[in-house]
Design a protein around this ligand. Sequence first.
Ligand SMILES: *Cc1c(COP(=O)(O)O)cnc(C)c1O
Length: 448
Amino acid sequence: MSKQLFERPTITRLTPGVPSKHGAASVIAPMPLIDGVKVDDLIDQFGSPLYIFSEREMRKSMEEIKRAFSVRYHKTQMAWSYKTNYLDSICRIFHQEGSWAEVVSGFEYDKAIKNGVKGENIIFNGPGKSASDLEKAARNGSFIHIDHMDELFLLSDICNSKEIEARVALRVNMDIGINPRWDRFGLNYENGEAWDAINRIMINPRLKLMGLHTHIGTYMMSTDSYRIAATKLADLAYNISVKFEYYIAYIDLGGGFASRNTLKGAYLSGEDTTPSFDEYAEAITSALINSRIRPDKLPTLILETGRAIIDNAGYLAGTVIANKRLSDGKRATIIDIGVNILFTAFWYDHKIHPVNSHSGLVEETAIFGPLCMNIDVVRSSLMFPALKRGDRIVITKTGAYNITQSQQFINLRPAIVLIGINRQVHVIRQAEILDDIVKNELIPDYLA
Ligand SMILES: *Cc1c(COP(=O)(O)O)cnc(C)c1O
């Protein structure tokens, strides 16, 4: 008998479906309709993939959040966070619902003006405002939220040399009991920097202090953090009233309320764990009402909620390209939606529904996009039914940040449609064409 050849041992990780506490199988409901409109028809008409927005969902979320605050506090003002989704049609729906605009760049500022927002209804945040941005905002009477001392000095310089005045507020960062701390924006509460800036603004006759602002983070699950933030801003407002006998017009608690999406690695679904608007409203308004500010001088409460009022209203529909088996036997399904148009796939375990009915049998599956790039993973592992090439799917809760952060990469970006209240479908941005990509390119003569 001849000696057998030596074979190097290898270790292969087996990845059977990880059972949840309800067992291994999960029910995946088909989603043939969005707001009563057939997804199949939408894809036939406008192509795949396709972003879809529901006007009904948007207005419903706005009503819910406005109600949660207005029943608890005498004066609340919403300001739509442009960077969360600055499609003009989306912004205009929120403006129709009474929202001001909250912008973080000169480009967003100009977009808000083009959408018909009055200068005095624009809140200008962000660390990167240029001198010309600041001058324009000051002349228009917008609320300029000072992010750092250099900006305060630049703005007072502009106001002095141009002999104009500016309405300002101070962005404040603070310890809200959460790590890591968001202390890179605004001036700090605990170390006295914020108070120093307030004093500088108050003695400058060209700067009018209108409010105090904070934006404590995004997808904040803790209502207590908002209670702490509101308490600290109210405390500053009270100290201003004592020292200067001056009452600020507003306290702005920024955005950051969590949407119903599920964060990667979270044990429970976001639908079960994220606080309701009522819970956020309770924490914030009780902090303001119970502060030392005189009741008749309580400021307007401004909210810049983005994610929580648009995420649920957005869908991304697409098509299965292929199925294959990975080397460990796990099934992989390739779809025509890549992470370049679904940026939030990096943070969320997005829910994916087949459009039409399926066998009901699920298997552990990885869902990949069409990009020739290893990072293009929509879901690394979920229990999913076997779909065939050409079958369609809908990814839900994609309304926040995916449009504004999408990149043209490898593929052209898809069309965006809005389903109106009356179920009429409107294209609100056309699919990209090659010309859109090359129109700003220039070719030197010798390459022509
Ligand atoms: C991004 C941002 C918002 C909106 O945040 P969401 O988490 O989407 O609610 C509000 N205010 C400021 C200053 C922001 O930068």
